[in-house]
Each structure stands twice: as structure tokens, then as C-alpha cells.
Design a protein around this ligand. Structure first.
Ligand code: GLY
Ligand code: MN
Ligand code: MN
Length: 461
């Protein structure tokens, strides 16, 4: 097991957290192995990201406790027994691992109960066994645990983790780089007649070659209009667009989250290219807007306006474009948000609550269709890493429903739209770090415009 950063990094992260919380104790649960279909058959282990951030150890069965008043950081876990070593082989001693993250007190998990008092701060659990563990420790029924999670701790952790340090950005660069290389391999390999799952195989090989895995289940589909389409059984048919939303982790578990959309054949159809060009404009103008002090909700709104303007040029939106935008006409074709924070989690810290991670300081998340799916609305700060991921989707069921309901009848030419209903979905997505004077893309130079994408596809044939 590699520990990503120097011990001073973890000591400093915990020091800042202690200072922010002021008094009491902070409980940070590491993850346990998760069983797949019987107890000893596990999903690949994924450490809890907040535990990884403050305690750095990528290993199941650990708990961290920070006692602010006594200024003690304690690691709870068990040294391996000979029974364990028979199965796992010799591994470093827990005390040695603790030393590498600047922790000098290591105790058996049975001792943790002696360190729990009424002034304990913990984060909202997202796995059943975390809820049970916390419930037992604090003597509360499981249904009461979530409510008792510490808002103060949630806000302090977000304030720290949302600003990526230069050494974290280096790790995120690695994640985006691996992810971009994976996308290029897929883009070069796709041929009519192949199955979507063969492309997933090609993508997986790139990740395995780097000894890493997907940061989230990949979307590889000729039906990109279905937003979270995790089936991979379709045959690639000429005339369709492949939407691949896939990201690898860095070996240190930072996420990449990248999307490209490209034709199954060497060229886009006219309709696909027209939609692609609008998405590309939404993307480039969004990138140009991002800088510290700009609210991401405004960037999302501008991307949505560009969509409405583009659809007016195509004759699909009629009437006044500002009025059409004010009525949320864009949500018919762009029902998700422009992006989200990314870091150790692909949707960074989503387990801590979108209302704090993506909003706050007087800005609340909208409940309106489309807008409710915008995970990040608040003002950007230097050091944020975010995704920028505009898309256009022709979702026949949604178009038919809105038409039946008579919604947007004054602004959408539903008859003209009939000819576009089979175009599918197009999304572009990259990961950007917010710097003092703008947004800078992580990863490697990638084909992006329709011409560049067709250039790569032409070479492939
Ligand atoms: N890959 C999930 C997302 O783009 O948010
Ligand atoms: Mn994303
Ligand atoms: Mn994505």
C-alpha cells in the first residue's frame, strides 16, 4: 500500500480541521470490505475519501479519532494475526503505517468506546454498516444516527477538501491524463458492427495497464439520450453517435470524469454535427466564463442560453429566445447540470450533502426540472476542480410528453422537432482547475471540435 503524500501533509490537514472545529472529538470511519454475494467475496475495496484525506491509509478496518482538547490523533485497528498472514502475506505493521501519516497512538478497535463522549462529531454515513457502527458507539438507534451528524464537521471538511492543493492537482492531472488516453484508444478502435461492451473492454485495458480502475461505472452507448445508460449490449450501427462517459482513478484515488461523443462511422450526420457544434459552443463559452468569483449557476445559465439560441437558428425554437430561456425551454434538451466538484470522489463529497458542497452562503438549490440536477451552483474559488459537461439529448418520451401537455407550444416547433427525435445524445466533458485568472484543463490535449473528432475517426478507418 502506497501512502500518497508526506506525513506533514496529513498532520497539517488534521491541524487545520482541529482549529476549525475548536473543541470535542472527531470520528472518521474508514471503510470495511463490502460483500458481493457472500461474506468473503468482496467488491474491490474503496477507502472512504474523507478518511483517506486525513488519515491516508488505503486499507479496510480502520477508524480515525481526533481528540481536539487533548491534541491527540488516534488510529484504531488490529495488527495482523498469523491466521491473517496465511491469507494476506506479511504486511507492514499498523504502527509503522501510522508513523507515515504522523500518528503515534494506535489502539485496538475495542478501545474506541472509551474515547466517545457527548461532544463527538461525525459525518453522515452512506453505508449501512457505518450507520450501525456509529449507532452502537453513540448509543442511538440507527434511524437517529444521520440526524445527529455534525453540520460543523461537514462544513469544515468541505471548506478544506474543496480547495485542492498543488500536490492534489498533480494527482488529478494523472487521473485526467489516464482518462483522456483511454478515450483516445476507444475513439480510434470503434468500428460499425462491434458491440458497446467491446469498447468497454478496450477502455478497461487502458486502466488495467495503469493498475487503476474506473472512478464510476462507465457509460458507453449509442443511446446517449438515456443519461445514465449502463447497459453495453448494443451493436454499433453506422449513423449513430457513441457517447462515452468514463473516467479512471489515479493510483492515489483521485477521479477523472471525461465524456466524448463521436460517430460510429467516419463522419457525423448533418443533424448530429449541428447539435455537436452547439454543445461545443456551450462548452467553450462555459470554460471562458469560469474564474474565481463567478457563480457556477450563472455559467450553467449561459450554456443553457447558448442552447436556446442554437435551436432558434435551427428553427426548432421560435419566438423570443430570452423569453424561451426564461421559461426553461432548454431543459427539454439539457435536463442535467453543467457540472460538479471532482476530487477523491467523482461527485466530490456528495455524501456530505449537495446543499453544502454545491450551494450555501444564501444560495439554495432550485427544485425546478433541469435546475434541480445542477449539483454545483455556488461561486467558484481558486483551487476548485470542477467538471464542465454540457450536453444535448433528444429524449423522445420527454418531447412527446411536453407536446401532449401543451408545454412550450409557443416556443418549440414540435412538428420540426419530429425529424430530430432519433438523433440521440451528445455530451462533452473535461475536468478543470480554477486558477486566479481562469480555468485550466487537466489531462492531455484532446480532440474536441467536430472536425478534430472526425479527423481521429477518419484515421481509424
Ligand atoms: N460521470 C458522471 C457525471 O458526469 O456526472
Ligand atoms: Mn461529470
Ligand atoms: Mn461524466
Amino acid at each position: 500500500m502506497n501512502i500518497t503524500f508526506k506525513r506533514e501533509v496529513y498532520i497539517e490537514r488534521r491541524r487545520i480541521l482541529k482549529e476549525e472545529i475548536g473543541t470535542g472529538r472527531i470520528l472518521l470511519l474508514g471503510n470495511e470490505e463490502a460483500s458481493m454475494n457472500y461474506a468473503d467475496n468482496h467488491y474491490p475495496f474503496r477507502q472512504d475519501s474523507t478518511f483517506l484525506y486525513y488519515f491516508g491509509l488505503d486499507k479496510p478496518g480502520l477508524i480515525g479519532l481526533i481528540d481536539i482538547d487533548r491534541d491527540e490523533d488516534i488510529l484504531f485497528g488490529e495488527e495482523l494475526s498469523i491466521d491473517d498472514i496465511i491469507w494476506t502475506g506479511p504486511l507492514p505493521k499498523l504502527t509503522d503505517l501510522a508513523d507515515q501519516i504522523g500518528v503515534t497512538i494506535v489502539k485496538s478497535k475495542a478501545a474506541i468506546i472509551n474515547h466517545i463522549n457527548a461532544d463527538i462529531h461525525f459525518l453522515p454515513p452512506y453505508r449501512g454498516e457505518q450507520t450501525i457502527t456509529i449507532g452502537k458507539l453513540i448509543g442511538k438507534k440507527v434511524r437517529k444516527v444521520e440526524k445527529r451528524a455534525s453540520k460543523k464537521l461537514i462544513k469544515a471538511v468541505i471548506a478544506q477538501r474543496e480547495i485542492k492543493s498543488p500536490e492534489e492537482i498533480r494527482e488529478m492531472q494523472i487521473a485526467s491524463e489516464i482518462s483522456h488516453k483511454m478515450h483516445l484508444e476507444v475513439m480510434k478502435a470503434a468500428r460499425p458492427g462491434m458491440k458497446e461492451y467491446e469498447l468497454v473492454g478496450i477502455a478497461s485495458k487502458v486502466l488495467y495497464d495503469h493498475n487503476v480502475g474506473f472512478a464510476y461505472p462507465p457509460i458507453m452507448t449509442i443511446n446517449g439520450q438515456t443519461l445514465h445508460n449502463h447497459g453495453h449490449e448494443n451493436t454499433l450501427e453506422e449513423g449513430r453517435v457513441i457517447l462515452f462517459d468514463g473516467g479512471g482513478e489515479s493510483p492515489s484515488h483521485y477521479a477523472g470524469d471525461i465524456t466524448r461523443s463521436f460517430p460510429v462511422g467516419p463522419r457525423f450526420t448533418d443533424q448530429q454535427r449541428q447539435l455537436y457544434d452547439i454543445v461545443h459552443r456551450m462548452y467553450t463559452e462555459s470554460v471562458a466564463m469560469c474564474r474565481p468569483g463567478v457563480s457556477y449557476r450563472d455559467v450553467h445559465a449561459r450554456a443553457a442560453q447558448i442552447l436556446v439560441e442554437g435551436f432558434a437558428d435551427l428553427g426548432l425554437v421560435k419566438g423570443n429566445v430570452d423569453e424561451a430561456f426564461a421559461l426553461d425551454v432548454h431543459t427539454l434538451f439539457f435536463p442535467h447540470g453543467l457540472g460538479h466538484m471532482i476530487g477523491l470522489d467523482v461527485h466530490d463529497m456528495e455524501n456530505l450533502g449537495e446543499e453544502y458542497v454545491g450551494y450555501g452562503s444564501g444560495m439554495e438549490k432550485s427544485k425546478a426540472f433541469g435546475w434541480k440536477s445542477l449539483r454545483l451552483g455556488k461561486e467558484l474559488k481558486e483551487g476548485f476542480v470542477i467538471t464542465i459537461e454540457p450536453g444535448i439529448y433528444m429524449i423522445p418520451e420527454l418531447i412527446d410528453k411536453r407536446r401532449e401537455e401543451g408545454i412550450y407550444a409557443d416556443f418549440i416547433d414540435y412538428d420540426a422537432l419530429e425529424a430530430w427525435k432519433g438523433v440521440g445524445g451528445i455530451r462533452l466533458e473535461d475536468d478543470y482547475v480554477i486558477e486566479a485568472d481562469g480555468a485550466s484543463m487537466l489531462g492531455i490535449e484532446m480532440p474536441m471540435s467536430a472536425d478534430e473528432i472526425e479527423g481521429v475517426r477518419a484515421e481509424a478507418f
